[in-house]
Ligand binder design. Structure first.
Ligand code: KG4
Ligand code: ZN
Length: 352
């Protein structure tokens, strides 16, 4: 089974070709990603109009390149998958229309993939991870703890009520004069910093639900910075280290609660998966490894190129759906908001 995957929901334009092997794992035959970081960095964040335009300009060429690198033609495909949301609507439309166009022209099934589902399932691409598992999805746009019970079967155990974790890193970086994207910049600055210098809050610590709140921590960091302005490099390092230490504590606590909820509602977990751009953070990965060791569960951290937005995860989610007969038609809509677990959403004003 051979599927083309297209991703355009945020600031990465991506196209990939993945083949399902007979042992159930996936082979990535091509994985093309074009980041728009340079176009957005003067603004310190993603500008939707700039993103949509950039996607439109390069998507055709990128799909072409992915097929060529994989040495396949559109007629060799068994299906075409595109992320149909959640995300910035202009970009989503570009990828969705491109995917539909290729599917229609080649006479292949089309699969409208939920971007969050793709993050959730890609941990299975290398093989051997069975359902159900506990997932921390942490990126610039999303922060959720999910029970992944099967394809199309997710239960949200917790989510952020305000900022996503990556967003909190990005805003903190901006405030401290560090470059965009902020996560890597904060992590690097934190290496030389003193995590004990500033006593920052750990929002929601100990709460019985697995939700997150990051905006109070971000504000407290700003207040601490303003109190000692102008900032020297040493101050920036200490602020970053203190901020990151607070995030790590919050994640460990929320995951402990998430696992408790998982065991109550779902049963035994096969493992714990970390996904999304924030998974690149070594301190956060270490914290997750500690948490998993305590819980006696394997930690599955997909390689970094599969954690950040990419086309292979869309192709893989397409394969997971297609092999179960879950296909869509040309009426599949673009969905700026598309929660994996509709039940949980009603109680939250958080992001999809
Ligand atoms: O998954 P991703 O590539 O894109 C989406 O947001 O969907 O995640 C990007 C986010 C950004 O907010 C970025 O600052 C954060 O992931 N990030 C990090 C690190 N690397 C990327 N956050 C903390 N530490 C890092 N090393
Ligand atoms: Zn993403």
């Amino acid at each position: 089974m051979l599927v083309l995957g297209i991703e355009t929901t945020c600031d990465e334009t991506a196209a990939a070709v993945v083949r399902l092997r007979s042992d159930g794992a996936g082979d990535i035959l091509a994985d093309e990603v074009m980041s728009q970081i340079a176009a957005h960095s003067p603004y310190g964040g993603v500008v939707p109009e700039i993103a949509a335009r950039a996607h439109v300009e390069i998507i055709d060429g990128l799909v072409d390149r992915a097929l060529r690198r994989a040495r396949v033609g559109a007629r060799d495909l068994d299906g075409v998958a595109a992320a149909a949301g959640p995300g910035l609507i202009g970009g989503v439309l570009v990828g969705l229309m491109t995917g539909k166009g290729v599917a229609l022209a080649a006479g292949k099934p089309f699969i409208a993939v939920n971007h969050l589902e793709a993050h959730a399932l890609v941990a299975r691409l290398p093989g051997r991870l069975a359902f159900p598992y506990l997932l921390l999805l942490a990126s610039g746009g999303h922060t959720q703890i999910l029970a992944v019970k099967g394809v199309g079967d997710y239960e949200r155990l917790g989510a952020t009520m305000d900022d996503a974790i990556g967003e909190a890193f990005d805003k903190t970086a901006k405030m401290l004069g560090l470059p965009y994207p902020g996560g890597p910049a904060v992590e690097i600055a934190a290496r030389d910093g003193d995590p004990m210098r500033f006593q920052l809050p750990r929002p929601l610590l100990g709460r019985p639900n697995a939700d997150f709140s990051l905006s109070g921590l971000k504000t407290a960091t700003r207040v601490a910075a303003q109190a000692i302005a102008p900032l020297r490099p040493r101050d920036v390092a200490d602020l970053c280290a203190s901020f990151q230490a607070a995030v790590v504590d919050v994640i460990e606590d929320r995951m402990r609660v998430g696992l408790r909820l998982f065991r109550d509602r779902v049963g035994a977990a096969q493992g714990v998966v970390i996904a999304g751009g924030v998974a690149a953070n070594a301190a956060i990965r270490d914290a997750m490894a500690r948490f998993c060791a305590q819980a006696g569960l394997p930690l599955v951290a997909p390689p970094q190129n599969l954690c950040t937005d990419n086309g292979a995860m869309i192709a893989w989610a397409g394969i997971e759906r297609l092999r179960r007969g879950l296909v869509d038609n040309m009426a599949a809509p673009a969905r700026p908001r598309w929660p994996l677990d509709p039940e949980a959403t009603r109680s939250l004003n958080g992001k999809a």
